[in-house]
Design a protein around this ligand. Sequence first.
Ligand SMILES: Nc1ncnc2c1ncn2[C@@H]1O[C@H](COP(=O)(O)OP(=O)(O)OP(=O)(O)O)[C@@H](O)[C@H]1O
Ligand SMILES: [Mg+2]
Length: 455
Amino acid sequence: MSSGADLRLLRVELNARVVGRELAWLERVLQARISLHFGQGEAPSAPAMAAPALGRDDGDYAELVHAAGLEADERLVLALAVAPHLKPQLLDMLFVRNRNLDRGFSEFGGWKGRSHGGFLPTCETAAFLVAGEDMAHRFALQRLLDEDRPLRRHGLLRLQHDGPGEPWLSAALHVSGDTLERLATGESRKPDYGIGFPARLITTRLGWSDLVLDGEVMDEVQAIVTWYRHGQRLLRDWRLDKALKPGYRSLFYGPPGTGKTLTATLIGQEVGSDVYRIDLSMVVSKFIGETEKNLAQVFDQAQSRQWILFFDEADALFGKRTATSSSNDRYANQEVSYLLQRVEDFPGTVILATNLKANIDDAFARRFQSLVHFPMPDAEQRRLLWEGMVRHTGRLGDDVDLQGLAERHELSGGAIANVVRFGALGALQAGRERIEMADLRRGVAKELRKEGRTA
Ligand SMILES: Nc1ncnc2c1ncn2[C@@H]1O[C@H](COP(=O)(O)OP(=O)(O)OP(=O)(O)O)[C@@H](O)[C@H]1O
Ligand SMILES: [Mg+2]
């Protein structure tokens, strides 16, 4: 075994020990709370109930607790949320039934999973655990679960409210997948795309120097970078928080293949943040009902990990917002308004992209800090695009005239990339090692036909 693997194993063992201690503490407090509640036994001594010491070198859990600055009550709530995953039997004592009424105790809260047999905690369970019937302490607990407090701000916990009008504390208490992952492996994992998580990490092997945009567009793009880096400082130190909303929302619009997705990816690369692309088709049409929950996951994770969110084909959001025919559309509309609200409230960077500017109404446009137009490249930009994509390969036939191609054919960067691919395949199929002008011409004709134009 390599020493790297050794170290990882040690780390996991240390985490297991430390988390084990934390759960044992949870168990003691819970038992004491229940005994007290039923008038059995004395209030336990303070030392017996004290949180276990967590040193700086007590592994990832300790690190997480220190980084978030969690107090004892918060640690207890976190342990409660973790328990169903790591030691579900620990919560079984909360299944006690109220014999007089032949039902569970409302004050324990909790909900029942579909396949999980154990007790799943709600905020009510947390309130019972840390506060019992002490009303002031309950209020304090409720504040601990606010969005701007460490447990939520650092994305350790997520609340899920179900029925409208139900008590706030009846929300299910979820520990984030990321937190569990860090406890188990000591590493943070990038979440996978799937039904429950409709977003995908996008990356590129290109760099800023490959991007061909005119100065004005570049300025807008630079503003997004600057905001990402210094927005917090402007709000706090410059005290602009009265005037400005915390997030930055930008709408990229322009014809296909003009570099919208590429630019969003490069912004992430520049500021060292992951860019997640949200699949709106998946979000808006299918899995009605689940949508909000899935999107909430994406937004919560994005907030705590400072991702940039990229909504591609955002037309779905501001398309037909009024006309509804089928009930499916109505649901879709509901999801859309939810999504717009989340986009508007999101305190980070959001980029939406579309091909259609015409459909954007003023009310919608006002929600954006910037509207960035990605026009078709002009002849000089097309020359740069051609050059950038093929010059370094050394695979061009002597007759290839990139300048001429750039001047003659109005193609987007994306279309030029297609022509290059087509040309290279053509050369290979003809048994040549170099791309000739004829290969590229055929590629151009094919691209133009696709767009319903002719050369
Ligand atoms: N302005 C540009 N500078 C450099 N390369 C570009 C540019 N525009 C397009 N390209 C090339 O074309 C490819 C496709 O571009 P991209 O996916 O960013 O277009 P888009 O505007 O997002 O298109 P769509 O509207 O179809 O999603 C890029 O990966 C890149 O290789
Ligand atoms: Mg795109």
